[in-house]
Design a protein around this ligand. Structure first.
Ligand code: SF4
Length: 270
């Protein structure tokens, strides 16, 4: 690896919060083998750094779901809607009980003709207030992941969630959406995918992965990641939710591999 390639790789790893320990490994061992691959090598950093000073957020995945009454029938058909109509439909949606506690719907954000589509679980506390997906610490980590891929929100990347309203438990804390809530909201995401026509989809966490793939909700992420799936012909890769990575930074090396796999899955990347 020449100096320019090494500088690029260091910059990208730093953007993911993987930099300093990775750097020290080579700084202390001049004879360490250097893998002659550019920024998206298959081999992840051997040691993973903590979360670059980001605070751990409220769990999005470990809180047991609380029952929420579905107040009307699931969304019927959105298959012919334009982007604007779809957005307006979501903003006024009462198709599931999540409408009752929301401050704002969180439709999604980014490039509406994006190459990359990232799909998370649902809005949390901050997202519900701001109406934007992935804000706060998890959002900052996601932005670093995008940066590592050479993209950013609004530039070849779109970020959406499986449900557009914030699911909360009886104590007002974030929780995963129930299967009924997911079924009610999924047509919106499907229409977003049809309109965006991404070249690759990255499912962030188990909820997004099982919802999009239609597999058993109990399927662990570990069984879904590390391979290329297809969603109506679009390659899809599963990785960990950024909130999980903040709690378990040791898993960032696997997320790195997932991003490399997604990049390889891009048509024409071979
Ligand atoms: S979560 Fe989705 S289906 Fe439920 S009210 Fe919000 S927009 Fe409608």
């Amino acid at each position: 690896m020449d100096a320019a390639e090494q500088a690029t790789r260091i910059k990208i790893l730093h953007a993911m919060g993987l930099g300093p320990m990775w750097l020290s490994r080579y700084a202390s061992d001049e004879t360490a083998p250097v893998v002659a691959t550019p920024a998206f090598a298959d081999t992840p950093p051997a040691v993973v750094l903590a979360d670059a000073g980001l605070a751990a957020p409220v769990s999005l995945v470990d809180v047991p779901p609380a029952p929420v009454t579905v107040v009307s029938e699931p969304v019927e058909s959105v298959s012919g809607m334009s982007w604007e109509t779809l957005q307006a439909e979501v903003a006024s949606c009462v198709a599931c009980g999540l409408c009752k506690g929301r401050a704002k719907t969180v439709f999604g954000a980014g490039d509406t003709a994006a190459t990359w589509l990232f799909v998370g679980e649902g809005p949390g506390y901050n997202e519900n207030i701001q109406g934007e997906p992935f804000v706060g610490a998890a959002g900052q980590l996601l932005d670093n992941m995008l940066h590592a891929l050479g993209i950013r929100r609004g530039d070849r990347a779109y970020i959406a969630n499986v449900v557009k309203c914030r699911p909360t438990d009886s104590n007002g804390k974030d929780r995963p959406p129930t299967p009924a809530e997911i079924q009610a909201c999924l047509p919106y995401l499907r229409r977003q995918i049809a309109l965006i026509q991404p070249k690759v989809i990255v499912a962030l966490g188990k909820t997004a992965a099982v919802a999009l793939l239609g597999v058993d909700p109990e399927t662990p992420v570990s069984q879904l990641r590390g391979k290329e799936h297809h969603l109506n012909g679009v390659p899809m890769v599963v990785t960990y939710h950024p909130a999980y990575l903040l709690r378990k930074p040791v898993e960032k090396s696997k997320a790195w591999r997932d991003l490399c796999l997604a990049r390889k899955a891009l048509p024409g990347s071979a």
